[in-house]
Design a binder for this molecule. Structure first.
Ligand SMILES: Cc1cc2nc3c(=O)[nH]c(=O)nc-3n(C[C@H](O)[C@H](O)[C@H](O)COP(=O)(O)OP(=O)(O)OC[C@H]3O[C@@H](n4cnc5c(N)ncnc54)[C@H](O)[C@@H]3O)c2cc1C
Ligand code: FES
Length: 261
């Protein structure tokens, strides 16, 4: 289905950690949003043509608002951080496939988020809990140092934390926390930086676990037209007929076994 740009309205925005912003937007896009999907957010700066992809962190109960949590890193995100309640914001979405929540049915689930890969874990955790599918839901969250969204996730799952500097939880990575706490599970849903996803792919294969990973790669068009976001896969892409997959439309979530990362 062709997506068209819509105008949303900022409901509120707060800085919840250093350079981490939490924005609630009133928009009709909240209606059909699934965990792991993202929206493309347009800047008002004519020099920055391409919209910026940001994951859906949460949807309110009435499905009238989307929550985006993002780190300011450049032109687009620094502009978004200046928006106050009432500001108009142009969005495209919801885009991408999202996490296969049904794979959690009756399984011990690990939700693993690293840094700015933590936001999509919140709506996912909420939906898994609501469906009552998992009999054990653990979230393992990796940070540089300052924590965010950990208390939101505690409402739906048992949360373990790892920090690079050891200021909270386990010192090290999410996998260090899993080892230190002796955690085990059947299926992993993960989002975070590529080195973390590579380590999770290896860990899942070594421990005979299913893993679904969300690849937050650089993107241009966001709708499958430019091939600016391809990754190598086991399967042949229906559009290009090669072992490539467009992360923006076929992903961003993949079965870890099916992608080369
Ligand atoms: C599917 C998807 C979901 C995402 N979800 C989130 C989210 O929930 N929260 C969040 O904070 N960010 C998220 N990102 C990353 C976000 O899109 C980028 O940080 C953003 O586009 C940067 O735009 P900018 O104009 O501020 O920075 P730019 O001025 O474009 O770039 C500034 C710096 O950031 C780097 N950069 C830009 N995009 C990325 C990227 N995708 N990955 C790594 N480095 C990048 C650039 O190389 C450059 O060094 C997501 C990306 C994708 C593809
Ligand atoms: S960003 Fe253009 S094809 Fe994916």
């Amino acid at each position: 289905m062709i997506k068209t740009k819509v105008i949303g309205r900022v409901f509120r925005q707060d800085e919840i950690a250093d350079q981490i912003y939490d924005m609630w937007i009133e928009t009709e896009l909240a209606q059909g949003a699934r965990p792991g999907q993202f929206v493309c957010v347009y800047t008002k700066n004519a020099a920055a043509l391409l919209p910026r992809p940001i994951s859906i962190c949460e949807v309110n109960e009435e499905k009238t608002m989307l929550r985006l949590v993002y780190r300011t890193v450049g032109t687009g995100t620094n502009e978004f951080a200046t928006y106050h309640a009432g500001a108009e914001i142009s969005l495209l979405g919801p885009l991408g496939n999202g996490f296969p929540v049904e794979k959690a049915a009756g399984k011990r689930v690990f939700l693993i988020g690293g840094g700015i890969g933590i936001p999509p874990m919140l709506q996912l955790s909420k939906e898994i809990k609501k469906a009552g599918q998992a009999y054990c839901e653990l979230s393992v969250l990796g940070y540089r140092n300052e924590l965010f969204l950990n208390t939101d996730l505690e409402k739906y799952s048992q949360v373990y934390v790892a920090t690079e500097d050891g200021s909270a939880g386990t010192k090290g990575t999410v996998l260090d926390a899993i080892k230190e706490k002796g955690l085990s599970g059947d299926v992993i849903f993960a989002c975070g930086p590529m080195p973390m996803l590579r380590a999770i792919k290896e860990y899942a294969a070594a421990n005979n676990m299913e893993a679904y990973i969300s690849l937050e790669e650089h993107m241009a068009c966001g709708v499958g037209a430019c091939l600016g976001c391809v990754c190598k896969t086991k399967n042949v892409d229906a559009h290009s007929h090669v072992h490539n997959s467009r992360i923006c439309t076929d992903g961003p979530v993949y079965n870890a076994e099916e992608v080369e990362i």
